[in-house]
Design a protein around this ligand. Structure first.
Ligand code: GTP
Ligand code: MG
Length: 319
């Protein structure tokens, strides 16, 4: 039997394994989560991106912050608050087509109660006019003040957010052309790029930015599951097992039918094995192909093939 003992896991990086062996799944107990080293999600180029972003701030009138509608809280970079220091800001819950609509509505209501200007969006197919209107609202005061002095201002906005959240796609959508390079992996945009949307609006595409220390391991795992962190530094089997365990609780029918899982009571890696067997990902001598299975499960989830899934629920509010 190729499957290891079934456990819920913590994601570990392949580089962390001091023995050089593939990291194994760990029981999800608090002690392990506190004492294990964590994911290396802050490669050197990100410190440089942060500097470039800070440099451009003085040239921008406002900021569009993109987060992922499947994890709206965990995909917001806490560094941005300090960095943006009071610039008008619009938060876009992007990839809304991949999130559960009723959960997105709850998030929008929650964020608005916190005073956050926000909207949900599908960067591939969303309505352009409505976003342009919201951008006008955001910068109206400045534009009108200048207009009173006879100046017709070009508004400049920075588009910022975590890697792979859809910043470049969003800019292309608004510009109606493919000005910015996009791709379904993190780290595609490596430098700042101004894109003219119309004679009075320019958007700055920026590289995805994470923050040096993600305190909450739950957030880190959620960021990894949606593809914000380079998969090459992660243990895909552990991630796929974790994803299946989460979805078993919230979307059991989706995983049962997609992966033809027979034993839904299996735990952790054993559940991953069940999915591999169900889909026929088998190598020689009938052993399941866990590597392939994990990669496909993550890909299918990220592409929305398991249906709309919101991984992070709105926090409970104090009465
Ligand atoms: N389903 C869906 N996919 C989207 C949406 N927006 C972007 N994508 C896809 O998400 C992937 C990442 O998009 P990018 O625009 O390259 O993301 P980015 O934030 O610029 O990424 P980096 O430059 O790497 O930080 C691409 O495969 C896009 O097609 C959306 O609203 N819905
Ligand atoms: Mg980009």
């Amino acid at each position: 039997m190729p499957c290891r003992e079934a456990t819920v896991c913590q994601i570990q990086t392949s580089r962390q394994s001091s023995s050089g062996k593939r990291p194994t799944l760990r029981p999800a107990n608090e002690e392990i989560i506190r004492t294990e080293r964590t994911i290396n999600w802050y490669p050197g180029h990100m410190a440089r991106s942060r500097r470039l972003l800070a440099e451009q701030l003085s040239r921008t009138d406002a900021v569009i912050e993109l987060c992922d509608a499947r994890i709206p809280g965990a995909s917001r970079n806490p560094d941005l608050d300090a960095l943006l220091s009071g610039k008008p800001r619009l938060l876009v819950l992007n990839k809304a087509d991949l999130a559960e609509p009723e959960e997105t509505q709850k998030w929008l209501a929650f964020l608005r109660r916190q005073g956050v200007k926000c909207l949900s969006y599908n960067g591939l197919r969303g309505n352009v006019r409505s976003v342009l209107d919201r951008i006008s609202d955001l910068t109206r005061e400045k534009v009108e003040a200048l207009a009173r002095r006879g100046v017709k201002k070009t508004v400049r906005l920075m588009v910022a957010g975590v890697p792979n959240v859809g910043k470049s796609t969003f800019i292309n959508r608004l510009s109606g052309s493919v000005m910015a390079k996009t791709g379904d992996r993190p780290g595609v945009t490596r430098s700042n790029q101004w894109v003219r949307i119309n004679p009075y609006l320019e958007l700055l595409d920026t590289p995805g930015l994470l923050w040096p220390k993600i305190e909450n391991q739950e957030d880190a795992r959620a960021l990894a599951l949606i593809g914000t962190i380079n998969d090459q530094v992660l243990d895909q089997q552990a991630m796929a097992a974790e994803l299946l365990m989460r979805l078993r609780k919230t979307h059991p029918e989706a995983i049962r039918t997609r992966f033809h899982i027979r034993n839904m009571d299996a735990e952790g890696e054993e559940l991953l094995c069940e999915a591999c067997r169900g889909r026929g990902w088998i190598v020689a001598r009938g052993e399941v192909d866990m590597d392939r299975g994990a990669a496909v499960i993550l890909d299918e989830f990220r592409a929305g093939k398991l249906g709309a899934v919101t991984l992070e629920r709105v926090p409970e509010e104090q009465a």
